[in-house]
Design a protein around this ligand. Structure first.
Ligand code: C2E
Ligand code: MG
Ligand code: MG
Ligand code: MG
Length: 282
């Protein structure tokens, strides 16, 4: 066995590498195809005001159902899209689809309260014309209906550029949230200059908060810092009532998570939350 391997010059490590590369190549091709033929979808997760339980917005999350593989996690295909040059096209599709859904809810008499949050990745955030680019993709939807989420680590890749683009977006009326906050390495001075509207407390702290004094202190500190800087806080991944209650006590503004609802297809979202989306009901 070993002799044979030596002859071929391939060790098991190389074999699995080759296999992995092939799989990623195949996944890239299928993702590109799905994108071209509009076979991606968006799911929507409600965002809740922790003080009164009201619906205050939603986050759009990209979904890909592949015929052979089933649901592929965005945790897998988003990084792949970033690596293989597909993320701009994917990001454009997401923004267009998000805007279309906002218009559809509006048309149906169940407008989404607050804003729809759309995730953007670092490569989209290098475009100095991002604000007008988004406006052209989301034609017919006011900037006040959209928030953009960028992860903390993406902000910090080129902070000066991020500061400039952030300001242009805010001037155009878009809100900005720093996603997965607490996992990156923001300098406090940049945090002030990003002029983001909200910090999204990373899921990991929310999950550990009730068991770990350390995690709870981090959550309290993020909330205090956001308040001092005039930003809102959104807790991610709230899975039980105890977490929601503790976050409300700490002064966290908004939350999302399975405790309230999972990310849902648009029709299921309207069925579950439509009562909170009628203008008269508010
Ligand atoms: P994210 O933006 O931080 O999104 C939050 C993730 O937490 C989502 O995972 C959501 O489904 C999940 N989640 C929500 N509530 C709970 C909960 O109570 N418990 C747990 N354990 N998880 C919860 P998802 O949809 O798999 O997305 C993963 C990441 O992929 C997102 O993290 C975001 O960074 C990225 N992503 C998703 N859609 C897009 C997109 O359209 N564009 C870009 N650039 N990135 C996207
Ligand atoms: Mg997000
Ligand atoms: Mg997050
Ligand atoms: Mg994330």
């Amino acid at each position: 066995y070993h002799a044979k391997q030596k002859d071929s010059g391939i060790c098991p490590f190389d074999i699995s590498m080759t296999h992995e590369l092939k799989r990623r190549q195949q996944m890239t091709e299928r993702l590109s195809d799905a994108l071209q033929h509009h076979r991606l979808t968006l799911h929507f997760q409600p965002q809740i005001d922790l003080r009164n339980g009201q619906l205050v917005g939603a986050e759009a999350l990209c979904r890909w159902y592949e015929e052979e593989w089933g649901w592929v996690s965005p945790g897998e295909f988003i990084p792949l899209a970033e690596e293989r040059g597909l993320i701009r096209a994917l990001g454009d599709w997401v923004l267009t689809a998000a805007a279309r859904q906002l218009m559809e809810w509006q048309r149906a008499g169940t407008p989404l309260p607050g804003r729809l949050s759309v995730n953007v990745s670092a490569q989209q955030f290098t475009d100095p014309q991002l604000a007008s680019h988004i406006a052209s993709l989301a034609e017919g939807v006011p900037a006040s209906a959209i928030a953009l989420e960028l992860t903390e680590s993406d902000f910090m890749r080129d902070p000066e550029q991020a500061v400039a683009i952030t300001q242009a977006l805010r001037n155009a009326g878009y809100a900005l949230a720093i996603d997965d906050f607490g996992t990156g390495y923001s300098s406090l001075s940049y945090l002030r200059r990003f002029a983001a509207d909200a910090l999204k407390i990373d899921i990991s702290f929310v999950h550990e908060m009730l068991d770990s004094h350390h995690a709870r202190t981090i959550v309290e500190t993020i909330i205090a810092m956001a308040q001092a800087l005039g930003m809102q806080t959104v807790a991610e991944g709230v899975e039980c009532r105890e977490q929601a209650v503790a976050l409300a006590e700490m002064g966290c503004d908004h939350a999302q998570g399975y405790h309230f609802d999972r990310p849902l297809p648009a029709d299921a979202f309207t069925a579950a939350w439509g009562h909170a989306m009628r203008p008269r009901a508010r």
